[in-house]
Design a binder for this molecule. Structure first.
Ligand code: BTN
Length: 218
């Protein structure tokens, strides 16, 4: 599929998704988070989604790089403007972690767990990471950019290049899923959990988060 066809495919699959308002697909960017943060600063609305096939400067937490080879992973950022009090922004990573884990269950991955703060593991190996970046204005959240990186097609050798902790990919775990289908599953799940958050039903994802969380080093 070319880019236009992929956009049509994604847009049609996400037609009833309340969160997803506009979708941008790039062959190559520096970092989807950096690009979306710039757009947010320029006034982009909630629900802008940026997906890239390749990142030249994919960023992880704590200033680390995020392995972002062409077509081997999902590199996606989502813009929220929830209007929450600043303190609620701390829960964004938890909400997203649970949403990603639930989407992974649905695509057939087993033993999906979460490790504080934002690692998603399958069989105790890291398969996805979440980087949330928040701008606060006064006592309220101005915007949050949620970056999600998922290892889709990497093999063991490629993952050994940069990842410090044991890592895996969907393919290595026996699940073959395209970048676009992974994005659709994740956005459906994120839509559901964001809706719960907005309705004040935080216990649902806080309970799920506790049930799935493994202690670091175990
Ligand atoms: C981590 O586990 O350290 C977080 C990794 C987050 C990676 C994603 S890929 C899409 C988005 N753009 C980035 O530059 N980083 C996030």
């Amino acid at each position: 599929m070319n880019t236009d066809e992929r956009i049509r495919y994604l847009t049609s699959a996400l037609e009833n998704n309340h969160l997803c308002k506009s979708l941008q697909l790039y062959e190559e960017v520096g970092s989807t988070n950096d690009l979306l943060k710039k757009q947010a600063e320029a006034g982009a609305e909630e629900g802008c989604i940026v997906i890239a096939d390749l990142q030249t400067h994919g960023r992880g937490r704590m200033g680390k790089d995020w392995l972002s080879m062409a077509g081997k992973g999902l590199y996606m950022s989502v813009l929220l403007r929830p209007g929450w009090p600043a303190s609620d922004s701390m829960l964004t990573g938890i909400m997203t972690g649970v949403a990603v884990a639930k989407a992974f269950d649905q695509v057939g991955l087993s033993n999906v767990t979460l490790k504080w703060p934002n690692d998603v593991l399958v069989n105790n190996k890291k398969i996805a990471g979440i980087l949330t970046e928040t701008r606060i204005g006064g006592n309220f959240v101005d915007f949050i950019v949620i970056g999600i990186g998922v290892n889709l097609l990497y093999d063991e050798h490629e993952l050994r290049l940069t990842v410090e902790q044991p890592a895996t990919s969907c393919r290595m775990e026996g699940v073959n899923i395209s970048c676009d289908d992974a994005a659709i599953k994740l956005l459906e799940s994120l839509d559901e959990y964001y809706d719960l958050f907005q309705k004040g039903e935080r216990n649902v994802f806080l309970d799920e988060w506790s049930a799935r969380t493994v202690v670091a080093g175990k």
